[in-house]
Design a protein around this ligand. Sequence first.
Ligand SMILES: [Mg+2]
Length: 244
Amino acid sequence: MTNFVLVDFDDTLVDTGPRFRERRDALFSFLEELGFPRAHAYRIHHEVVDRELLGIWGYGPFRLGASFRDTYLRLCSEDGRIPEPVAARRAEALADGIDEPPPPLPGALDALARLAAALPVAIYTQSAFPTYQTRCIENSGVFDIVPPSRLVITPDKSPESYRAALRSLDAGPAERSCMVGNSVRSDVNPALLSGARAIWVDAGDPWHADLADPLEGDLTRVESFPEAVEVLLPPAPPSTSTPR
Ligand SMILES: [Mg+2]
């Protein structure tokens, strides 16, 4: 039985990923125009530059401009080309606006309100920038439903941080908790490794760094957050006293 529900924020309640993807696509098109093959630019961005910058900046929007500029510079360096400052600035500018708060996904806040009326709920989210992340959550309207005292921001979602979140929320044993989130790597697997139930909101087209195979455990896959709430709060069975 589930006594406490932890809900992820980005790409579970709000639409974060597509805004990143659109900008990365624009970068790869721009680099292609400069003569850098798309597949190669993609690999250098994803496997070299973004990986390095994740170690410095962590998750969130603030590494994007730097990673765009550095991808261009890295490709020039590999090709023996002299980088053009104007092109480097244009690459960086393709990330402009990414730090604006992401909009809620359809039906997500209504479903969150329904869930919070029935069960204790907390927002459990990953960011290296707690002030920025708190502002995004505030702008989304989530604090009208789940109070700021039920917000846990962690720089990294691991089984240890999942259990630490439960302790800080005084949420009881992991086995009685449920994690709802879009990331197998960050939401589902750490919860399952902690003995918790997990609901994977698989909206398709995941971010490359979120890719992982789900572990064995109490796991349900759904396609949206409202569907996850349907799983947690099944409709009451029809009354047996209904006249025939
Ligand atoms: Mg997420």
